[in-house]
Design a protein around this ligand. Structure first.
Ligand code: PLP
Length: 399
């Protein structure tokens, strides 16, 4: 079976079955031709205004900016390109704080990605702002009534649209309303949501948002920062100064092949999102239902309905998740976000839900994607069941 999976045209993962799309996605091969064109044929610098190679590159960047903007219903002039969602988050929050004075507080959530939490920690230690971290309930939801902002005091609220470990989707519009009522800026990390669920930044009330190409089948090393235009004006100070690229907000020659790939990935995501998400959701539900039917003492973390259709975070009571992952060596899954997987402490997201350390160490994130096949899910179901039974048997022999 595994050989079939390996040789399948749709699947070329050297580890066997890849169910770690929350960490990154394989480049969609449909992007390759355009990307290569801008490595080899039209390889100019988009800032070169004196010749055709420069003009071609600039045109390609602007076309891509249009596609990226369209994915979130923004205007092209509201998008700046960066190297990653992490960079966009830094540019947004640190860039914003650098322009503010006389504010005292900012709010974020306990289950935010490290890119947001670390940026907030840095702001908390280097500025006068106090960072308040809002708790979540057992399903990973921040209570919108807890988003208490004070006019003149609250600088910003930063809450993600969809969580990367459990998939829970937040009612960000309500968070934005709470922020705006106190004249605070609302930022949302939409990295996991972009390309998976429809996003309308204006309807959601976002002032700033971050996401990146590699989570939606585009290349690594390219991200986007949405900055709402209009009143009240969102002012950011640039973290990277130099040649004044990207409206003076992010200096440095643009990664044209990456940006072109990002644009194309967004264009495809917009067209195929609904169909992909329905198909992937069925596979995810099949995986969960089969495991719940066959294995005792397992549970699903996060909101069962209101979550990303590709994400399933499952706890296997009494089983060490890393041992289980090693036992299922040809299935690529993860215990927590890739950015913090080197840290041996339990997932901060699962801890925030109220899980004990032992429970958190028993959980695995399965994240499906565009190229996941029914055969791979069948293979995974059998493999998980066999491994969990084996590990539980060996534990009962040992005790
Ligand atoms: N925010 C979320 C929710 C993520 O899942 C990730 C990546 O895992 C990031 C931010 C960081 O993205 P990037 O790798 O583009 O810096």
């Amino acid at each position: 079976m595994l050989e079939t999976i390996r040789s399948s045209k749709r699947h070329t993962c050297s580890t066997g079955v890849y169910l770690d799309h929350g960490a990154t996605t394989r480049l969609d091969e449909r992007l390759l031709e355009k990307i290569l064109h801008h490595f080899i044929k039209s390889w100019g610098n988009p800032s070169s205004r004196d010749h055709a190679l420069g003009w071609d590159a600039a045109e390609a960047v602007e076309e891509a900016r249009g596609h990226v903007a369209e994915l979130i219903n923004a205007s092209p002039n509201e998008i700046i390109f960066t190297s990653s969602a992490t960079e966009s988050i830094n540019c947004a929050l640190r860039g914003l704080v650098a322009t503010l004075s006389a504010k005292q507080q900012a709010l974020t959530g306990a289950t935010e990605h490290e890119a947001v939490l670390e940026t907030c920690r840095l702001i908390g230690t280097t500025t006068a702002l106090r960072i308040d971290i809002l708790p979540v309930d057992r399903l990973g939801r921040v209570n919108p009534d807890a988003v208490e902002c004070k006019t003149g005091e609250t600088a910003f609220v930063s809450l993600m649209l969809a969580n990367n470990e459990i998939g829970t989707i937040h009612p960000v519009r309500r968070f934005a309303e709470a922020a705006h009522a106190a004249e605070a800026v609302f930022f949302s990390d939409v990295t996991q949501a972009a390309g998976k669920i429809p996003i309308d930044v204006h309807e959601l009330g976002l002032d700033l948002a971050a996401f990146s190409a590699h989570k939606l089948y585009g290349p690594k090393g390219v991200g986007a920062l949405f900055i709402r235009s209009g009143e009240p004006e969102i002012k950011l100070e640039s973290l990277i100064v130099g040649g004044g690229h990207e409206g003076g907000l992010r200096a440095g020659t643009l990664n044209v092949p990456g940006i072109v790939g990002f644009g194309e990935a967004c264009r495809i995501a917009k067209l195929e999102m609904a169909e992909d998400s329905a198909r992937i959701g069925k596979l995810r539900d099949k995986l969960e239902n089969a495991l719940l039917a066959e294995l005792s003492d397992i549970w699903i973390n996060g909101h069962r309905e209101n979550r990303l259709s590709n994400t399933s975070n499952i706890g296997f009571r009494g089983v060490d998740a890393r041992t289980l992952i090693r036992d299922m060596h040809d299935i690529a899954v993860s215990t927590k976000s890739a950015c913090s997987s080197g840290d041996p402490s339990p997932s901060h997201v699962l801890k925030a839900l109220g899980l004990t350390d032992d429970e958190a160490y028993s959980c695995i994130r399965f994240s499906l994607g565009r190229f996941t096949t029914p055969e791979e899910i069948d293979y995974t179901i059998n493999k998980v069941i066999a491994s969990v039974h084996k590990l539980r048997r060996s534990m009962s022999v040992a005790t």
